[in-house]
Each structure stands twice: as structure tokens, then as C-alpha cells.
Design a protein around this ligand. Structure first.
Ligand code: GLN
Length: 465
């Protein structure tokens, strides 16, 4: 069920919030044993005390990724390091959802600290793709995507540093928004890479994305990086419309993409043209640097952000130690997973001595190139249309080549490096019947236009796959 439909039924009293909560509990009992989207399930699905009536989210069950703090509810970031961490405050996004009357269903599984693309790097368990349980749900917000797809929440919050909202949405065949950097407060988000991290909604349709964005967007005095722009009213202002919209297809985003991915996204472009959009190919040469720049910058920032887990101030503490140094080394060795260790080591290395100039500064230079090139394309076109991921959904037990895995982040990481907003919508299926996602990239703070175009795609049947 979609949020806007459920909200209408709740409003005219055809169903009550508690009946909806029971329905969702039933779905969770039925599917969760197999899918394992959640790390922690909420004990109580009643409307929060602090809620004020009037929002379409009144009584709507929403899942929250487990790196977003929830007062009194364990928040692990998918790591043994935070296995027993119970925050004593809500992240701003959670506070805002609760104020609207949303019901938090639980905390969803994720790659440890957001590092990964398939949710297999969670310290807890593997989440399966509800379309076909032999396949991964994507990552790092794999639990948030799977919970929505399996009907175990009507929407969810994910986080995206280099693609972690958009890619799992694409792999599970749902809709998602990575907002403009700074549109949504990150107070209470467990940091991975601060110059890239964003929180955003994942849902079953474009209208639902807009409803959740309306609830959580807007400046926050607790997050100095949040934008103080006036709040928009996305849901009320959705106008499905593509006539005379100029859409660019940057050809480098399609290079080395799987044939079924290229075909699905080009077919969507062709249909958009038939609906009145002006579609043209264009070029964005610097995207070839996106993956390298993203991994250098995000790992450098992660090595600094994760230095706080030293066995003293936060999280897991090793049992036996003789010195502070030994406590720190043992705590980190015992409680962090291999992917996280690899990134900390790599991030520390690119920041050390001469490497700072050679790798870190160079990556920032590449970031500027990508940003400038995308900005100039968005001066020419209203939006850009690309694949979300150049590859099809992999199987859970498929052998992975880590270089190739990183390269799959190219299309989403480029957008993150440029701080731009992008929406992920379903556009086809691969030869195994698994979903393929298309990415619409807009100018900074042009979320409304993205919602309008995506809604036109949805209405026009371009996303019925
Ligand atoms: N897959 C990318 C990574 O492993 C993106 C992760 C993210 O956006 N959190 O870093």
C-alpha cells in the first residue's frame, strides 16, 4: 500500500492507525524470517506521544536505517562496535517523523557504517532481495529497501554517501531520493564521510517520497551544515510533466554498462521523448575519475570519523589490556569488520605525509572537475538521465572482484561528489527478472522538478516493470 492511499483511508476513518500497524506486523511475521531486513524491530507500533495531528504520515509505519539514532532503541550502524549502543536522543529526521505521527517499525540492516554495496558487510546477518531471495538487496541501505519492497513498512529512511539509497532502491525495484547535500539534517546520523553523507526517503511511489521529504527536510540548528532555505511543499506541488523538458544522456555514464541496463534506460529515454521531452546525448568526461575520487575522499573522511571508536569513549571495549594503546588496538581489532578496517587503513594512508598531496588533494581536484562538468551540463539540460548502477543485481553467493564492485558506484558517486540531488526510479528488468533502476539528476535544490518528472514517468507507465 502507498502512503498517500493509506493516509486517505485513515483520514476518512476506513481504517485506524492500529489496524494498519496490525497489518504491517502481520507482514513482518510472514516475511521477516526469510528476508531479514531488520536488525531491531520496534516493540510498540503505536503513534508517538509527541505527535501532532494533520500530517499525511499520521499512523504510517516507517522503517529507519540503523545508523540513524533513535532514542531508547539500539542503533548499531551494522557494527559490533555499536552492538549495545542505545542513544538517549532521536536524530532530527526521526524527531520530525514522530512529530508527524509516523510509527517507527524498526531499525534496518546495513553494511557496517555504510561501507558496501550489497548489505553483505553487516556484522549481523544477510538481507535478501524480496524479488528473489537468491539475490542481494543492494547496499548499504539494503534493509531499508527490502523492508519497503516486502511490505514490512510503507516507506523507509536510508543514507547515501556514494549511492547507498539509490542503488538498493534500484535493486529492489522501488523509488528513492538522494537529496541535495544539506537539504536534510544529519544531526543524529552516525557519520561515514561528512562531506558526502545524506539522509533520504525510500518508498513505493514518487508521491510517497515527496510526503516523507516534506516531513524531514529543512534547516536544523543542531546541524550547522543544514541549509536554511525556506521549506518547500513538494507533495502539494507535484505536477507530473515532461513536455519541453530538456533531458541529457551523458554517454560516459553508460560506458561498460550491462546490455540490459543500457537497453532499459535508453528505452525510458525514448518513451520520455514520445511524451514531449527533448532528449539529447551529451558528454561528461570527468565521470571516469568518480570512483577513484570517491574512494579516496570517503575513506579519508571515514578514517577520521571512525577514530572516535577507541574503546574508551564510544562502543565496544576489549576485556583485557595493559595500556591505553593496547585497549584501543584490541577494541578496534575485535569489533570492526574487514571492509571497515580496509577503508580506515586506506584513508589513513592517503592522508599521511606526501600522500596527502598526491592522493587526497588530487581527489579533491577531480571532485571539482566532476562538479564543474555536471553543473555546466545542468545549465544546458533541466535534468540528466543515467543508469543508477551499470551492472545488474548480483547473487548473494556470487564471487566478487573488489575493483569491479567499486567501479559499479561510478554513476551514483559522481552525483554525490557534486552534492546534487538524484532520484532513483524503476525502469526495467534484466535477463534474470531482477529490477533495473534509472537515475534522474537535477540542479541543486531542484527536488521538485525531479519529483515532477519522475511522477510523469510513473503515470506514463514507464516504471511498470
Ligand atoms: N557502495 C559505496 C561504498 O561502499 C557507497 C556507500 C554509501 O553510499 N554509503 O562506499
Amino acid at each position: 500500500m502507498k502512503i498517500y492511499e493509506a493516509a486517505a483511508l485513515i483520514k476518512n476513518k476506513s481504517i485506524s492507525p492500529s489496524e494498519l500497524a496490525c497489518e504491517i506486523m502481520g507482514r513482518i511475521n510472514e516475511r521477516e524470517g526469510d528476508i531479514k531486513a531488520y536488525i531491531t524491530l520496534s516493540e510498540n507500533l503505536s503513534i508517538p506521544k509527541e505527535a501532532v495531528e494533520g500530517s499525511p504520515l499520521w499512523g504510517i509505519p516507517i522503517a529507519v536505517k540503523d545508523n540513524i539514532c533513535t532514542k531508547g532503541v539500539r542503533t548499531t550502524a551494522g557494527s559490533r562496535m555499536l552492538e549495545n549502543f542505545v542513544p538517549d536522543y532521536d536524530a532530527t529526521v526521526v524527531e520530525r517523523l514522530k512529530k508527524c505521527g509516523a510509527v517507527i517499525t524498526g531499525k534496518t540492516n546495513m553494511d557496517e557504517f555504510g561501507m558496501g554495496s550489497d548489505s553483505l558487510c553487516s556484522a549481523f546477518h544477510v538481507t535478501k532481495n524480496p524479488h528473489n531471495t537468491l539475490y542481494v538487496p543492494g547496499g548499504s541501505s539494503g534493509g531499508s529497501a527490502a523492508a519497503v519492497k516486502a511490505g514490512m513498512a510503507l516507506a523507509s529512511l536510508g543514507t547515501d554517501t556514494g549511492g547507498s539509497i539509490r542503488q538498493p532502491a534500484a535493486f529492489c525495484g522501488i523509488y528513492a531520493l538522494k537529496p541535495t547535500y544539506s537539504l536534510i539534517s544529519r544531526h543524529g546520523l552516525i557519520a561515514f564521510a561528512s562531506s558526502l553523507d545524506c539522509i533520504g526517503p525510500m518508498a513505493n511511489c514518487v508521491k510517497d517520497l515527496a510526503i516523507v521529504t516534506d516531513a524531514i527536510a529543512g534547516g536544523d540548528s543542531k546541524d550547522a551544515t543544514s541549509s536554511t532555505r525556506e521549506k518547500e511543499n513538494y507533495y502539494a506541488n507535484i505536477k507530473p510533466q515532461v513536455k519541453n523538458i530538456k533531458i541529457g544522456l551523458p554517454k560516459e555514464f553508460f560506458e561498460n554498462a550491462d546490455d540490459s541496463v543500457k537497453k532499459a534506460v535508453y528505452t525510458m529515454a525514448q518513451k520520455l521523448e514520445e511524451m514531449g521531452a527533448i532528449v539529447n546525448e551529451c558528454s561528461c568526461k570527468s565521470v571516469k575519475y568518480a570512483t577513484a575520487a570517491y574512494y579516496v575522499i570517503s575513506s579519508a573522511e571515514a578514517s577520521s570519523n571512525l577514530a572516535r571508536y577507541d574503546g574508551v569513549r564510544f562502543g565496544y571495549k576489549s576485556k583485557e589490556y595493559k595500556s591505553f594503546e593496547e585497549l584501543c588496538v584490541k577494541s578496534r581489532s575485535e569489533a570492526l569488520g574487514n571492509e571497515v578496517k580496509k577503508r580506515i587503513i586506506f584513508g589513513t594512508r592517503v592522508l599521511s605525509g606526501e600522500n596527502y598531496n598526491f592522493y587526497y588533494n588530487k581527489a579533491n581536484l577531480a571532485r571539482s572537475l566532476i562538479r564543474n562538468e555536471l553543473e555546466s551540463l545542468l545549465g544546458e539540460f533541466h535534468v540528466l538521465l543515467t543508469p543508477v548502477c551499470p551492472a545488474v543485481v548480483p547473487k548473494i553467493n556470487e564471487k566478487k572482484d573488489s575493483g569491479k564492485v567499486c567501479e559499479k558506484d561510478r554513476c551514483t558517486a559522481a552525483v554525490s561528489l557534486a552534492d546534487l540531488p538524484a532520484i532513483s526510479i524503476p525502469c526495467g528488468k534484466d535477463e534474470n527478472g531482477m529490477p533495473i533502476g534509472a537515475q534522474l539528476i537535477g540542479n541543486r535544490f531542484c527536488e521538485q522538478l525531479l519529483f515532477n518528472i519522475a511522477a510523469a514517468c510513473e503515470e506514463g507507465g514507464l516504471c511498470d516493470v
